[in-house]
Design a protein around this ligand. Structure first.
Ligand SMILES: NC(=O)c1ccc[n+]([C@@H]2O[C@H](COP(=O)([O-])OP(=O)(O)OC[C@H]3O[C@@H](n4cnc5c(N)ncnc54)[C@H](O)[C@@H]3O)[C@@H](O)[C@H]2O)c1
Length: 624
């Protein structure tokens, strides 16, 4: 058997993509290029402006020293300006900008620490002055270049250029510090108000599923208090080993039960929503139900969370929202969902972003197609399924080997959630991130061949496209650059892991309904567990993904039966918050709050350091 670190022929281990193509390299988006060009242009203009002011100031000083009264100074300035002064301005400005360009001030500079930047600017100004001096010396004497003004301009520029950069840097740090102060004040205020009830738990909705069972141990092992709200559709086995953990509370309930939702939000500051009907086939099984579970109640969960004082809401979306496209897509690309599942995610994202506010930060994570082993491994996902079929049935049948998908290991998907929870709220709130890596965009054919290289006895067949129209390659630049996210698992390692789990019997028969969402619903679906309801609001949203229609439906046609119940539930939330506010704090509780404030302040200073590194890296990245 091949070891975990070995790789099949034809796959480049370092880049983790098929060697034949060298891997897809996402082209830089035009909008980003525009932003970068505007940034460079403004810096060039800024430096030219500084050099211009320096020359003019030096000329004015020379004129004043020659005739020190205002009328005389003006006349002297006019006489040295033409033509000598003008020539000086033109040559000096050109020299400064050219020297800066050659020294990489407008290209490589971003990556240097501040002292190096300042030093290089001084050097650049020195070079510019020397070069301008040579040019001016070579000019015919008739130009009468004012030499004293030239020396003055040179010195002033060498001081002013680095000073301007330092000032910009100091200003940015100051703004960030005041943002963090505001953040801290907001948090302290919230703590004071909710101290009696708050225990700072993270609520993971749908945390017993494929991703949830990988996330739960990550959170618990980091010392985090967690509350799990799940109906355990696929049983408790995926999280069985954590159920007795002292930091875990479990609420076994359907999240469409308002009282359970309100109960689940108590003392929670962060919600991670992973629940729902997942996957195209599972969602197509009962469309009404899908709309209700995935969309209507995503909104309900978020509204109750917001009303309960939850500060952060992380939502699991999918790269399927991009549907079918030949371009490389990023977070600002247009939606093109080709299934009800994907449309339910598009509409949910829209609804959640409408609830986003300074005190309720929403982060959307669009996961690629997931593979690998977790507490609840799914075998209705392409990498796992094809691997299991190759192993058990000696066949790898691919429907449309040329279709692209972005892939990500389940452990990396869970890490991405943890990373967002760890990041400063201001950085990730209102943000959408694709979760995966550029290197793991691959075609279904690539996946089939990769598996085939591990199971050569299996027959590879490409049966041409079936009804699945999805085809998309995705850029993961944003999550990489803003949060430093890089997957730890490659497709090669993921396939090996799944094969090892199958061969060792760690996972059973892949055909078992517990491994497949749609099989589970078809075989074990129980209408008493999942009754359907009508929801005009949700139906309106789901049938259109166009922005204008979404706004119309969102604003004016909220009429579902669920909305009345939400209002009742929200009243309950308000009453319980007021009651907790009236409770005087016990001395122990006051001590705990003070201790926590200290910890928060400490965390903020670490965060502040990290933020300046991140913002250096981010440069001018556009906010969505
Ligand atoms: N797995 C993937 O490839 C993938 C890709 C992109 C996005 N996502 C998204 O990530 C999230 C998690 O996906 P997953 O693969 O872990 O799904 P999953 O089906 O394995 O888990 C879903 C969980 O939600 C629970 N649940 C469902 N309805 C519920 C209800 N009404 N009340 C309470 N609990 C309920 C289920 O019991 C289950 O534990 C989903 O939102 C999914 O759309 C997954």
């Amino acid at each position: 058997m091949m070891s975990k670190r070995q790789q099949p022929a034809g796959w480049d281990r370092r880049s983790r993509v098929p060697a034949s193509r060298g891997g897809p390299v996402p082209s830089r988006r035009r909008s980003d290029q525009r932003l970068t060009s505007i940034g460079v242009l403004s810096r060039v203009l800024g430096d030219a402006g500084i050099a211009f002011i320096a020359v003019m100031a030096a000329l004015a000083v020379q004129a004043y020293l020659s005739v020190p009264d205002s009328a005389g100074t003006a006349q002297a300035l006019a006489s040295i300006m033409v033509p000598g002064g003008l020539v000086l301005v033109a040559v000096f400005l050109a020299a400064v900008v050219t020297a800066n360009m050659l020294r990489g001030v407008y290209s490589r500079h971003r990556t240097y620490p501040l002292p190096t930047k300042l030093m290089r600017l001084v050097q650049s100004a020195a070079i510019a002055g020397a070069a301008a001096g040579v040019v001016l010396l070579l000019l015919p004497a008739s130009f009468e270049v004012p030499r004293a003004a030239f020396i003055g301009a040179w010195v002033l520029t060498a001081i002013a250029l680095p000073a301007a950069r330092w000032w910009t840097w100091a200003y940015r740090i100051n703004v960030q510090a005041s943002e963090l102060r505001e953040d801290l004040e907001l948090r302290q205020d919230k703590e004071q108000r909710g101290a009696a009830a708050s225990e700072d738990r993270i609520l993971v909705v749908g945390g017993a599923g494929y991703i949830g069972s990988a996330l739960l141990p990550l959170l618990l092992e980091s010392g985090q208090k967690v509350r799990l709200l799940d109906v355990f559709m696929y049983g408790k086995e995926p999280v069985a080993q954590w159920l007795e953990h002292p930091n875990l509370e479990v609420i076994e309930a359907d999240y469409r039960k308002f009282d359970k939702l309100v109960e689940a939000m108590q003392g929670v500051d962060t919600v991670v929503h992973l629940g729902g009907l997942v996957g195209d086939p599972a969602c197509a099984w009962n469309e009404e139900l899908t709309v209700e579970v995935n969309l209507t109640f995503t909104r309900v969960i978020a509204e109750i969370a917001k009303a309960s004082g939850v500060e952060r809401f992380v939502f699991a979306s999918t790269c399927s929202v991009y549907g079918a496209s030949d371009e490389i897509l990023d977070e600002s690309s247009e939606f093109n969902p080709v299934s009800l599942y994907a449309r339910s995610k598009v509409a949910s994202e829209h609804v959640l972003m409408e609830l986003q506010s300074p005190s309720f930060g929403v982060t959307i994570l669009r996961f690629g197609t997931i593979y690998g082993i977790s507490g609840r491994t799914r075998f209705d996902l392409v990498v796992n399924l094809l691997t299991a079929k190759a192993h058990a049935d000696r066949g790898i049948t691919v429907f449309g080997g040329d279709q692209w998908r972005p892939f990500v290991h389940v452990a990396d998907a869970a890490r991405a959630v943890a990373l967002v929870l760890d990041a400063p709220g201001r950085l990730v709130s209102g943000r959408v991130y694709n979760v995966g890596s550029d290197e793991q965009n691959a075609t279904l054919g690539d996946i089939g061949h990769l598996i085939n290289s591990f199971v050569p006895e299996a027959e590879y067949v490409d049966s041409g496209r079936d009804g699945d129209r999805r085809n998309y390659r995705v850029s993961f630049r944003r999550i990489r650059e803003e949060l430093g996210f890089r997957p730890e698992w490659s497709l090669v390692e993921g396939v090996q892991q799944v094969l090892e789990a199958l061969r060792s019997g760690r996972v059973g028969d892949y055909r078992d309904a517990k491994y497949s969402n749609v099989l589970y619903l078809a075989n074990m679906g129980d209408s008493s567990v999942y009754p359907t309801t009508e929801s005009e609001y949700a139906k309106g949203l789901i049938t259109s993904t166009r922005e204008t229609d979404l706004v119309r439906v969102g604003n004016g046609q909220v009429r579902s039966g669920a909305n009345g119940d939400v209002a009742v539930a929200l009243k309950g939330v308000a009453a319980s918050r007021q009651a907790s506010r009236r409770q005087p704090l016990s001395p122990e509780r006051r001590g705990a709050v003070a201790e926590r404030r200290g910890a928060v302040a400490e965390r903020r200073s670490v965060v502040s350091e990290r933020r300046s590194v991140v913002s250096e890296r981010r440069g001018g990245g556009a906010r969505r």
